[in-house]
Design a protein around this ligand. Structure first.
Ligand code: PLP
Length: 401
C-alpha cells in the first residue's frame, strides 16, 4: 500500500498537518495515515495524554478505568455500542466481530462485499483487491467468484460469499437462498479502500431488513468511517455489531468491536462456555489515553470542519477536471475522498477496479507530480484531511491537481 515506484518516501518528521521526508522536503499531509489520523501530528492534547500515561503505566494486564472513559466518549458517537470490547487494530476488530456472529448464530458463512477491505486476517483477504493465486466458484450463479489473496488457504473461500456493493437484489438472492447458513453480512457504510463509494440510499436499510429476516447479524465495519462522525445516528440504520479503529486510538493502535448487549453477553466470563477473547495489548492504557484525548477533540465542530473541507475538495477537483477537459470525478463523504479518472463515479468495487486499471500510468504520474508540488497523497487516489487542515491547503491541493 505504501510502496510505489520509483521509490517510496521515507518520512522522518511530522508536525501538525505536515510531514518531512529523509531528503528534507516538507509535504502537506493529505493522507492522514490512510484516514487513521484525525488531529494532525503531535496534537498538544494527545502528546500530553500519552506522555502523562507513560508515567502511570502502559498495559498493566488487568481491567483499567480508562476503558470505561474511552467507551463513554465513543458511545456518544455510536450509541449502538451497548457493550464493547477492545483489541489492537481494525483487523482484530473485524475478525472478532465475525467470530462473535458465528458464536451467536452457530453458523459459518460470511457475506462480504466484493472489494470490501476489512484487514489482513484470512477472510478479510478474500475478494479484497489483492491478486489471487487460485479462485473458487461462487455458491450461487451470477455472483463474483471467490478470490483468496496469495497465501490464504483456498478452503477459506468455502466460508465466504461475495456480493457487489450497492446491489440489493444480489443481497436478497443470497440472504433468501442461503439465509439459514449465514452468520453475518459485513459491510462498510462507505466503501473505503474499494474507491470511496458511498452506499446508495436505501441499500443499508435493505441489508438491515434482509439480515433480520435471515436471522443473520449485520456488521458495520466503521473502522474508516468514524472520521465522518456519527454515521449510524445520521442515517438511521443500526447494525447488530460495529467495528471501529483508526481515529479511535488518537494515532496509536486500538480496535473496538461491540453492539447488541445480548450478543456481546457471549463474552461474559461468568457464564458457562464464554467466547474467549484475549490479547496482551488489547485496550492498553496508552492507546486508550490517546484515543480519549482524540475523541474529546472530535465533536460537532470538528466533524463539521472535516465535512466542509471534504465538500470543498470534491467540488474543487470536479471543477478542475472539467476546466481542463479531463474525465475525472471525486467521490467520498466528509473528510474521506477519492479522485478517479473517468466520467462516471464508481458504484461498486468492480467499477473502481476498471477506473484504476484504465488510467494507471496517468494516476501514477499525477501522484508523483503532487509530491513534487509538496502534497503527500495516496497513489490510488485516497485523500484524507486532518481537523487542523486549513481550507487554503485544500485550495492549494486543487490548484496542484
Ligand atoms: N476495516 C476497514 C474499513 C479499513 O479501512 C481498515 C484499514 O484500512 C481495516 C478494517 C483494518 O484496520 P487495521 O489496518 O487497523 O488492521
Amino acid at each position: 500500500m505504501t510502496w510505489y515506484p520509483p521509490y517510496p518516501l521515507f518520512l522522518v518528521q511530522c508536525e501538525g498537518t505536515r510531514v518531512r521526508d529523509a531528503d528534507g522536503h516538507w509535504y502537506e499531509d493529505m493522507i492522514a495515515n490512510y484516514g487513521a489520523l484525525a488531529h494532525g501530528h503531535n496534537h498538544p492534547a494527545l502528546v500530553a495524554a500519552v506522555t502523562g500515561q507513560m508515567t502511570r503505566g502502559t498495559a498493566p494486564g488487568g481491567p483499567v478505568p480508562l476503558q470505561y472513559e474511552h467507551a463513554e466518549r465513543l458511545r456518544a458517537l455510536n450509541p449502538s455500542l451497548e457493550r464493547l470490547r477492545y483489541c489492537n487494530s481494525g483487523t482484530e476488530a473485524t475478525m472478532w466481530a465475525v467470530r462473535t456472529a458465528r458464536a451467536y448464530t452457530g453458523r459459518d458463512l460470511v457475506v462480504k462485499i466484493d472489494g470490501g477491505y476489512h484487514g489482513t486476517h484470512d477472510w478479510g483477504q478474500v475478494n479484497a483487491f489483492f491478486a489471487p493465486q487460485r479462485t473458487a466458484p461462487a455458491r450461487l450463479a451470477g455472483l463474483p467468484e471467490i478470490r483468496p489473496a496469495a497465501g490464504v488457504a483456498l478452503s477459506t473461500a468455502g466460508d465466504i460469499v461475495a456480493i457487489p456493493y450497492n446491489d440489493l437484489p444480489a443481497a436478497a438472492t443470497v440472504l433468501r437462498g442461503l439465509g439459514e447458513q449465514i452468520a453475518a453480512v459485513v459491510v462498510e457504510p462507505v466503501l473505503g479502500v474499494g474507491g470511496g463509494v458511498p452506499s446508495a440510499p436505501g441499500y443499508l436499510a435493505g441489508l438491515r431488513r434482509l439480515t433480520r429476516e435471515a436471522g443473520a447479524l449485520l456488521v458495520f465495519d466503521e473502522c474508516a468511517t468514524l472520521r465522518l462522525g456519527p454515521w449510524q445516528v445520521k442515517h438511521g440504520v443500526i447494525p447488530d455489531l460495529t467495528t471501529h479503529s483508526k481515529i479511535v486510538g488518537g494515532g496509536l493502535p486500538l480496535g473496538v468491536f461491540g453492539g447488541r448487549e445480548d450478543v456481546m453477553a457471549l463474552f461474559d466470563p461468568s457464564r458457562p462456555h464464554p467466547v474467549h477473547h484475549a490479547g496482551a495489548f488489547g485496550g492498553n492504557s496508552l492507546s486508550l489515553a490517546a484515543g480519549s484525548a482524540a475523541l474529546d477533540h472530535f465533536g460537532t465542530d470538528e466533524i463539521a470542519h472535516l465535512d466542509f473541507l471534504g465538500d470543498r475538495l470534491r467540488a474543487g477537483l470536479d471543477a478542475a477536471a472539467a476546466s481542463v477537459g479531463v474525465a475525472g470525478r471525486s467521490v467520498g463523504e466528509g473528510g474521506l475522498s477519492y479522485f478517479h479518472f473517468g466520467s462516471t463515479p464508481p458504484r461498486d468495487a468492480a467499477d473502481t477496479a476498471r477506473l484504476r486499471a484504465g488510467r494507471a500510468e496517468l494516476r501514477s504520474l499525477l501522484h508523483l507530480s503532487l509530491l513534487n508540488a509538496g502534497f503527500l497523497t495516496a497513489p490510488h487516489g485516497l485523500l484524507c484531511q486532518h481537523v487542523p487542515t486549513a481550507p487554503e491547503s485544500v485550495d492549494a491541493l486543487v490548484d496542484a491537481y
